[in-house]
Write a protein that binds this ligand. Structure first.
Ligand SMILES: [Zn+2]
Length: 277
């Protein structure tokens, strides 16, 4: 599943390509989107802004209409020049929004809806998002408060909960816990305030580091994350995806276990992240 930094970059790329430009073509396989388009065309509207909210991509059109998409596991947005060959098969196309200069194609996007401006404040999923780790207005104290509000949950599950903190996916979950020396299975009530503060600050640091704007190229999905600060791409993560390999700090083989209601894989070092009993 794409994490918050991937969505943030995708939204930023879409914004650069489309913002301020009128839509010249709209296409979708979703009947609920084409119905809106038939009644009140998307073509002719200006793309005002594309932004990320947690893992949602929000595309604001003139005339007070918003397209919300969520990538879930396999969805992605690509940007093409008109006439450029798509990198995915046509059958994977879900939405096309074209301006005179660019064509934005949403592939395998499972969740898409048009929202009228007046309905936005009532939108459950968006309203319930926790503090967005990539927002300038991020409030660490509110994030800590929301974590503390789930005292009996295991901390790894809490970090994935988008109502607590918006933006962390399964990769950063393991990486952040390792960096703070916190067992993924510790219940929130057993954590110190210093540990909770470390998790919040580190999550924000990692996500922000991966959206720094060193490449202005129109790429929508690099999939490249780095948390170790090492240059070699093979050494870019501490524990995620490294089951059985030696911990980069102490040499203990990295452990792996499915965790939580959604049985997401958790990677951790039993020595550096001792269990709290
Ligand atoms: Zn270790």
């Amino acid at each position: 599943m794409p994490e918050g930094d991937t969505i943030f970059r995708a939204a930023r790329t879409l914004n650069r390509a489309l913002a301020g430009k009128p839509v010249v073509r709209f296409d979708s396989v979703f009947p609920h989107l084409t119905r809106v388009h038939d009644d009140d065309p998307i073509t002719g509207r200006t793309v005002e802004e594309v932004r990320a909210a947690g893992k949602h991509v929000l595309m604001q059109f003139s005339g007070d209409l918003l397209l919300r998409t969520h990538m879930r596991m396999n969805g992605s947005w690509h940007i093409y020049r008109p006439g450029e060959a798509w990198q995915r098969p046509r059958r994977s196309m879900r939405i096309v929004i074209a301006t005179a200069d660019f064509e934005a194609v949403g592939f395998d996007i499972p969740v898409a809806e048009m929202i009228r401006g007046k309905d936005l404040p009532k939108h459950d999923e968006l309203r319930q998002l926790g503090p967005d780790l990539l927002s300038d207005a991020f409030d660490p104290a509110e994030a800590a408060r929301r974590i503390r509000a789930r005292p009996t949950d295991e901390i790894a599950d809490v970090l994935l909960n988008q109502r607590v903190l918006a933006g962390i996916g399964n990769v950063y979950k393991s990486e952040v816990l390792f960096s703070c020396g916190v067992s993924p299975f510790a219940r929130v009530e057993r954590l110190t305030d210093v540990q909770v503060e470390c998790l919040v600050a580190t999550a924000r640091k990692f996500l922000r580091a991966n959206v720094t704007d060193h490449l202005a190229a129109m790429t929508t999905y690099t999939g490249f994350r780095r948390t170790t600060r090492r240059a070699d791409p093979k050494e870019r993560l501490w524990v995620y995806g490294r089951a059985g390999d030696p911990c980069r700090t102490c040499g203990t083989p990295v452990s792996i276990r499915p965790q939580g209601r959604d049985v997401r894989l958790t990677y951790w070092c039993e020595t550096c992240q001792p269990s709290i009993s």
